[in-house]
Design a protein. Structure first.
Lengths: 379, 265, 442, 293
């Protein structure tokens, strides 16, 4: 039963485009592709639009060479490649919520070279630690809402916004409940399953996703995973949807019991707290959410959060993934290492590129696991 | 009037002796030793011998290729002019395929894409930068890791129908992926295909910078490798013409330019 | 072949003054305490006018020019990179930033002439902006590194990520968002320095910056003349004043004298490159360790007139109704109050040409095409700069845009601050091929 | 073989059996099989003492190589693989050792092997392998404390040397010596990327540089690269080098000079460190199995 649910998540990911096309048929509404989790999906749901996250396919993005210089991360090039190859041809529009230069570039190249009905860039503030960010974003969101209304020709009422907020909050809350089962000595789900749960939520109708999550939560308590959890790992880093890597690492006698990235906890950790000014409420969520390091200054709040997670989920070791050229994450590697070390958690950094050289990484990861267990009894 | 084109490449010297800017009298090549001038001279004499000509019958010599300066106005060859590869490539290919608009030249150390204009002039070009070099060398070292002969790599790749994505922005990085594949028991032909696909992808992404306009021609030593054709056609989604003697096109272009410079006098 | 015209040429008279100003700047920061002064560090792009209100004895060290100075001295730069990588940072990060962190880690400080002195002078506070993915993070880590060395450095960082006004001015709420942060910043400065803030000095600084940045644009406009009175290699040593001290009267005075001299060169037909016969512009910061590439270009009669980077990072420009791109008109009058000053400088700054490309590649392409047209440019050399995500962002789009308009473009890869990523021989070979394809011989 | 067809890049292959040692008297016979990206090694140990070993090139099919290299080590000893009480596989191809009871990473094995070869004072191990370079910190037991591997660039690795040996046409095992045959050190080649270092070296050769001088420049670049890695992990004495390249005097002597640290003298062929470490782990595992620990 539980297995079926996770299987469905997997199928949704593998057939994401078919799903979106079918949804469009069924609902007769617009589908919008978004690049970064700083896009407030609440407002899109309020407009009865299906937001789907644009992600790569991990094939060398040959076709992007004329548009993006290869010193930018593989994610932004891979995303653009999907558009150039027409794999998102069912989307009616694209939206980017300001985060890094890389994705901004993917957005602009898409806007300039791939015919699309609606291309909108939300200037989500970077200065999330300053008090003016929330009122500022509130106004940015009002502008965004207006643009959507003009595009769809339909007003977005407070009721609509409440619905959007409800849909998003419910989905996030349910996933956080599932995450609770990762705290157990023998987690009820693997890191791969957790990733596939969150990843699929970024690709399908959240209401449908939530229904499945409720089923999952009924049955999860009785689940027995017949595998030795091994070493409790945390994975931290840049955008990461590399399921093969997750699978391979967990096959080496370890389990990812928690993550800190935008295809995992960072996406689901914070809810919108209701306020009569709905846009203010939404703006507050996106300013106060667990930040992408690109916005996390002058204080390192994300590091402190990672340390809390490491403690809560009783992490033994951490793999830090940096997408090659992802400066915001790369810059934080040494401070992060130090912060986690201070609570006795070792880290090992890995640089991800469009394809992951598992042979090299297996040796690194296995050796890292060996240093954690120490192969004690063999000396 | 007989002119000569000398292409002093990274690995081989290629020479074409041309009559009246039309008829190729002979083609000759040889490995470039450390003494470039000496190696070039040897091949030059070989060419003269083949064609039964004397040095003084060669009216003009134009040199191209990375070692071209070694024979520029230096006897015995005494090349009157030197031109960069891209110019010779465009000229030579245009002569063989007048409909050509895009030339792809893949050699041992360098890959080039040239946009050809009227009368074989260069409209735009791209040459691989740092991390995307060594197409030829790449195939060689990989052949070694796979324990197959370099010339068998292409045919081997053609036997495979499987696709294994491999990041070849850097061919050395790609190599460690190859070794991993070998150790994870992937069939040799699949690995060989992955190698060619990766290399083709790298060349394609470079050529896409200048844009692909038909007709597209593939020249240079690596053009002889059939394993390279299907993935390149796929990546650029266009037909590709490989002229006869693809490795001599640069030398031919130089010989043609030699003919033109004489004509202007 | 036709005899090539040779233009008269002569060195710039103001050269030494430029050198002295620059050395003085780095020494002043080093020795600030001897004069009871304060030291702050931050980006050259930032609102350096704000700390100016703390008094005339407040000295700054702007990070990017300092990173470039280090890059110029390759050996020290290499040591910086090793130190930064040894500390566990990736080698793909901004190379200015790595040069800067490196000198903190090595506890050394480089002066304008390359003299390396022991002890990296930590600032009393950090005043920064966040224009790219690295800017805010750069000083956040600098702060972290200083703290490990035992000095707590307070940091304030302004978020300017409100976009670029291409056809219409930015909405009021966007301007206010920045103004509010600057207002808070002033209070913050008073708190961390214990000094009373002087609005009059602020207004002076704002007006200086506005005048200096207009003056630099006027100087660049003079390079439309044939032959060009200035070449980009020398311009680097002149625009830099604007990246160091654009808010100071010394900077205004310097640019006034420079403008007079360049006007005189134009009047007398003095060329930067005697055999000028092919005019190019570049883009983004050059590989600082390899400026000889410009000398190589001269062998082909190629003169680089500058770039949107050299013209538009410091120079302020605007479009006239007739479509020409010209130095931006000064505001009607000098600001009188803090509010007026802040609003004026924010509006001035978000219009900076070297800001457009961050958001709208088409806006940058438009300006580059204006330069090509008004400066009689034959080709554009684009430096795909691995050392700077911020200025290389969208550069491939600019290439496409320029080519669409029929401008020959030569892209080359390199790194402004990390010599390991610039292949001089290879680049020169490709550049030679480009010139040859343009019909040039050396 | 003519100069043009000679395989300069090919590493030597060899085997050896310790004289006056006999497995028949041994309580525990174990083997470590190290299938590297370029070279494969097998070490057979009797009660934790090195008895026989072999070194050969890794073939296109690593299973076959594993069998070949192990049989070659056993060759003439009368031992068969089935006589081995326990076998541990290590190296890139560790999962492809058909008769291995367990696999352990080359990181752990090199540390332990270095401990055996050089003694308990070893704290920093540099392993220069076929396609990567590892800096390992270990404790007095030979247990890994921390480690780093070089990034994807193969500069400073065996494969890099192969490409170079081909280029200057000097047998790979003589490269180091050749690189030291001049008194004056040239500046290092500026490119650490194998492909570019090769192109750059070629250019230098064509400018008329002696191959000895170019070899020196190339080795210097490799050494710089290796030192970057070492400084990242931090060098603590005693310092030792393992792996095939450890026998390249051109690398070792320059490391000594530029680091100011002399690596310990190996008592055994340092290329065997991984295999020996694996065989020692095999012994421990077997003892655990039969209840001896």
């Amino acid at each position: 039963m539980v297995a079926e649910v996770f299987e469905t998540f997997r199928e949704w990911i593998d057939n994401r485009h078919e799903y979106a096309r079918a949804w469009k048929e069924r609902a007769g509404n617009k589908v919008v592709g978004y690049f970064c989790t700083y896009v407030p999906e609440e407002i899109l749901y309020a407009a009865n639009i299906l937001p789907v996250r644009i992600l790569g396919s991990h094939e060398p993005p040959t076709v992007t060479e004329p548009y993006i210089f290869a010193m930018y991360c593989h994610l932004c090039r891979d995303c653009l490649a999907q558009g150039l190859k027409g794999r998102f041809d069912y989307t009616d529009g694209i939206v980017e919520g300001q985060s890094c230069l890389h994705l901004r570039q993917a957005f602009n190249a898409w806007r300039l070279h791939i015919p699309t009905d609606f291309a909108y860039y939300i200037h989500v503030p970077h200065g999330i630690q300053n008090p003016h960010a929330i009122p500022y974003l509130t106004q940015e969101l009002a502008k965004f809402k207006k643009a959507l209304e003009d595009w769809t020709g339909k007003k977005i009422t407070d009721e609509d916004l409440d619905r959007g907020i409800r849909i998003m909050n419910r989905n996030r809350e349910l996933m956080r409940k599932v995450y609770e089962y990762r705290k157990l000595d023998n987690p009820k789900l693997t890191g791969l399953e957790a990733m596939e749960m969150v990843l699929s939520s970024q690709m399908v109708d959240k209401e449908e996703h939530s229904k499945l999550l409720e089923r999952l939560l009924q049955e999860l308590p009785n689940r027995k995973l017949d595998r030795n959890p091994g070493i409790r790992l945390m994975i931290i880093g840049s955008e990461d949807d590399d399921r093969v890597f997750m699978k391979n690492v967990e096959a080496l006698g370890a389990t990812f019991v928690i993550d800190e990235h935008c295809t995992g906890s960072r996406y689901i950790w914070d809810d919108v707290i209701p306020h009569e000014d709905r846009l203010f409420a939404i703006a507050s969520r996106y300013v106060k959410r667990i930040p992408c390091p690109s916005k996390d200054w002058p204080e390192f709040t994300r590091l402190m959060h990672s340390v809390r997670l490491a403690k809560e989920f009783r992490v033994q070791g951490t793999l830090v993934i940096q997408n090659k050229f992802c400066d915001p994450h790369g810059i934080e590697i040494p401070p992060l290492k130090e912060a986690l070390k201070s609570v006795g958690v070792e880290t090992y950094p890995l640089e991800f590129d469009v394809t992951v050289p598992w042979g090299q990484f297996r040796t690194r990861v296995e050796a890292f696991l060996e240093t954690l267990t120490g192969l004690e009894e063999l000396f | 009037m007989i002119t000569a084109g000398v292409d002093v490449g990274a690995k081989y010297v290629k020479i074409v002796l041309l009559e009246d800017g039309k008829n190729v009298l002979t083609r000759a090549n040889g490995i470039v030793e450390f003494d470039v001038r000496k190696s070039a001279t040897e091949v030059f004499e070989k060419a003269l011998l083949d064609a039964g000509l004397k040095h003084e019958q060669i009216v003009q010599v134009v040199a191209t290729g990375m070692g071209r300066k070694a024979i520029h106005k230096i006897s015995p060859i005494n090349a009157g002019e030197v031109v960069p590869e891209v110019i010779a490539d465009a000229k030579g290919t245009y002569h063989l395929i007048p409909t050509v608009k895009t030339v792809i030249d893949v050699g041992a150390e360098e890959g080039r894409g040239v946009k050809v204009g009227e009368n074989g002039k260069v409209r735009d070009f791209v040459i691989n930068e740092r991390c995307a070099a060594g197409a030829g060398t790449f195939i060689e070292t990989m052949a070694r890791a796979l324990e197959v002969r370099v010339e068998d790599m292409g045919p081997l790749a053609l036997k495979s129908a499987n696709t294994i994505p491999m990041n070849a922005q850097c061919c050395v990085f790609a190599e460690s992926e190859v070794v991993t594949l070998i150790h994870s028991k992937v069939a040799k032909e699949d690995v060989a295909k992955a190698i060619h696909d990766a290399m083709a992808g790298r060349i394609a992404s470079m050529v896409l910078r200048v844009g692909v306009e038909k007709d597209v021609a593939l020249i240079g030593g690596v053009a002889r490798n059939p394993g390279f054709w299907p993935p390149l056609k796929r990546e650029l989604n266009t037909e590709i013409v490989v002229p006869e003697y693809p490795e001599y096109v640069g030398a031919l272009g130089a010989a043609l330019l030699a003919f033109e410079t004489e004509g202007q006098k | 072949m036709a005899q090539i015209k040779e233009y008269p040429t002569e060195p710039l008279k103001i050269w030494n003054e430029a050198k002295q100003l620059r050395s003085k700047y780095y020494e002043d920061y080093l020795t600030a305490y001897e004069r009871g002064g304060l030291r702050w560090a931050g980006g050259a792009w930032s609102f350096s006018i704000i700390p100016a209100g703390l008094g005339e004895d407040v000295y700054c060290l702007t990070g990017e020019p300092h990173g470039a100075t280090i890059a110029f001295f390759k050996d020290f730069a290499a040591k910086c990179h090793d130190a930064v990588e040894a500390a566990g940072f990736p080698r793909t990060l901004c190379s200015y930033m790595r040069n800067y962190w490196g000198s903190i880690l090595l506890d050394k400080y480089v002066l304008a002439d390359g003299t390396v002195v022991d002890g990296h002078p930590a600032p009393d506070f950090i005043w920064q902006d966040h224009i790219c993915c690295s800017h805010g993070k750069w000083y956040q880590v600098a702060k972290w590194l200083e703290e490990k060395k035992g000095k707590k450095v307070p940091m304030y960082c302004v978020d300017v990520s409100v976009g670029y006004p291409m056809d219409k001015p930015l909405e009021e709420y966007k301007i206010n968002y920045i103004v509010q942060q600057l207002n808070d910043g002033i209070e913050w400065l008073e708190k961390v320095t214990g000094r009373k803030y002087n609005d009059k000095l602020l207004c002076e600084a704002v007006w200086n910056e506005i005048k200096a940045t207009r003056l630099w644009a006027e100087i660049c406009a003079l390079n439309q003349a044939v032959p060009a009175p200035l070449d980009e290699k020398s311009m680097y040593s002149l625009y830099v004043m604007g990246t160091l001290m654009k808010h100071l009267p010394e900077c205004v005075a310097f640019y006034e004298r420079l403008k007079a001299e360049v006007e005189d060169r134009v009047r007398r037909g003095i060329a930067a490159v005697a055999n000028e016969r092919f005019r190019v512009i570049t883009d983004t910061q050059p590989p600082w360790g390899f400026l000889q590439i410009f000398r190589e270009m001269e062998k082909y009669g190629v003169v680089s007139l500058g770039s949107l980077y050299t013209y538009g990072l410091i120079g302020m420009w605007e479009y006239r109704p007739d479509g020409t791109w010209t130095p931006k008109e000064l505001p009607p009058r000098k600001p009188q109050t803090r509010e007026e000053a802040l609003k004026m400088i924010v509006e001035w700054t978000v219009n900076r040409p070297e800001w457009a490309h961050f958001y709208l590649p088409e806006a940058k392409t438009k300006m580059m095409l204006s330069i090509v047209k008004q400066w009689n440019v034959n080709a554009v050399l684009l430096h795909y700069n691995r050392g700077c995500e911020g200025l290389s962002v969208h550069i491939a789009e600019n290439r496409l845009g320029l080519q669409k308009a029929g401008v020959p473009v030569f892209p080359f890869e390199g790194n402004m601050g990390d010599e390991r990523e610039f292949d001089f021989t290879g680049t020169l070979a490709r550049l030679t091929a480009f010139f040859a394809s343009m019909g040039l011989k050396n | 073989m003519s100069e043009k067809t000679m395989e300069f890049w090919r590493w030597p292959e060899y085997r050896y059996t310790m004289p006056n040692m006999d497995w028949r008297g041994a309580k525990i016979v174990t083997a470590g099989v190290d299938i590297g990206s370029v070279g494969s090694k097998a070490a057979v140990m009797l009660d934790g003492e090195l008895y026989a070993y072999s070194v050969m090139r890794t073939g296109g099919v690593s299973e076959e190589t594993a069998i070949k290299v192990t049989n070659w080590a056993l060759d003439g000893t009368g031992l068969k693989t089935e006589n081995l009480h326990h076998v541990v596989g290590t190296g890139y191809g560790r999962v492809n050792v058909p008769f291995a009871n367990k696999t352990i990473t080359e990181i752990a094995c090199h540390a332990r092997g270095a401990h055996y070869i050089y003694g308990p004072s070893v704290r920093t191990v540099l392993d220069i392998g076929g396609q990567d370079c590892k800096a390992i910190r270990c404790d007095e037991k030979g247990k890994v404390v921390s480690f780093l591997m070089n990034d994807k660039c193969a500069a400073g690795t065996g494969r890099g040397l192969e490409v170079f040996a081909d280029l200057i046409r000097v047998p790979i095992e003589e490269l180091g010596k050749v690189s030291l045959s001049l008194t004056e050190e040239p500046p290092p080649v500026s490119n650490t990327c194998v492909i570019f270092a090769k192109a750059e070296s070629l250019a230098l050769l064509r400018q008329g540089w002696l191959k000895e001088k170019v070899a020196a420049a190339y080795h210097l670049a490799m050494v710089d690269r290796i030192i970057d890695l070492l400084t990242k992990v931090g060098i603590e004495r005693d310092f030792v080098i393992t792996g095939g390249v450890a026998k390249n005097i051109g690398i070792v002597s320059r490391l000594e000079r530029n680091l100011g640290i002399n690596p310990l003298e190996p008592k055994l062929d340092p290329i065997l460190a991984g295999a020996i470490g694996a065989a020692l782990f095999a012994k421990a595992l077997y003892e655990k199995q039969i209840g001896l620990r």
